[in-house]
Design a protein around this ligand. Sequence first.
Ligand code: 5AD
Ligand code: SF4
Length: 430
Amino acid sequence: MNVHESEKIAGILTESGYVPCERAEDADVIVFNTCCVRENAEQHAFGNIGMLKKLKKDKPELVVAVCGCMTQQGDFARRLSETFPFIDLIIGTYNIDKFGELLKKTVETKKRVIEILEKNGEICENISPLRSSFPNAWVNIMYGCDNFCSYCVVPYVRGRERSRKIEKILEEVKSLVNDGYKEITLLGQNVNSYGKDFKEKGVDFSRLLREIGRIDGKFRLRFMSNHPKDLTEEVALAISENPHACKAVHLPVQSGSDRILSLMNRRYTREKFLSEVSMIRKIIPDCAISTDIIVGFPTETEEEFSETLSLVKEVGFCGAFTFVYSPRAGTKAAVMDGQIDAETKKDRIMRLVDLQNAINRADSEKYVGKTVEILVEDFDEKKKAYMGRDERGKMAYFPYSEKIVGKFIDAKITSASGMSLIGEVEKVKG
Ligand code: 5AD
Ligand code: SF4
């Protein structure tokens, strides 16, 4: 979400006549697009902004701007402006379309501008992102979140769920495919809620998937994230019948313990999650399921943590983003009794990561000797090899003498190297 939002900010800057540069010293404007979903992201932002102090002193005409989730949270904008008096522009998440205008105001008046709105407004459709993730293109299908998981700050900083009009999404996807993008990733905090805020019925996530399925051309379709409480058979069928959709679903489970899931306000049980996994695998054979997991949620016992481990084993996720619980001001969980100490959290995350790594390695081994279709994403200068992924999201490296970024190839997998695969190109398909 934030990466794509940065592409939008870069788009606004381009329209205002700016061009990207490599080094901070050469910049006229530096924008920090912040995240506050976990404390370490926040500390990162503070550290990086602080590092500009000297540069700004040497070059007072440099404009330093801060936007993103952090600015929208509690009294953060005030704290930021007090801690870093050299910041010129602070803008919240609900008025990012005004970024160009406010930047102009800052530059012209040489005065600090701070504009944070209290509530989200309508979706703004007139920003053209400066994309930097070819051959993938991110496409927002909705903004905000109404779920209020008890640990999560997103609903407070991104506002209520609002879906983009289906025609706008289809228009964007078609034009990206025409422009040569080979992978479209639909973005929403909970893509399964798509369309629930529309007055007229009949437009939901499965309908959107089916409409995208009718677009001509060879491209991959991905989407994230799904909420297990909302992923229906209808959606699984729409994936399995879609010629573009990858056999991959990102389904954040967060915990394997019913008591913790209930405290997290996730509104599903372990059993419901497991039956959903079976349903997905029945309808989409070989579907890769990845997840997000939090360890050390307040009051989580060793036994409850081991239920997470056993669930991870039982499902065999093809990948997991694992997080140590981080208290976020304003959320219910932050004020719960029974916060877990840092050492226990560290121990738990290490055991979880070890388990998931072992699962990933075993998964990689199964590829050896097979030929898979890879979309080539990049050239890795260090490894002197191209990098790409198969439709399940498995990463592979392979040498090739010509430029092939953005092409589909068939690669024969010769060995597995931990998480990723090593192969050789059998056929470049274009
Ligand atoms: N602490 C740790 N992890 C969190 N996430 C969201 N909020 C927190 C928090 N307070 C994780 C969840 C979510 C992912 C995007 O970030 O696992 O799915
Ligand atoms: Fe946060 Fe839950 Fe919404 Fe995801 S679904 S953004 S975890 S509140």
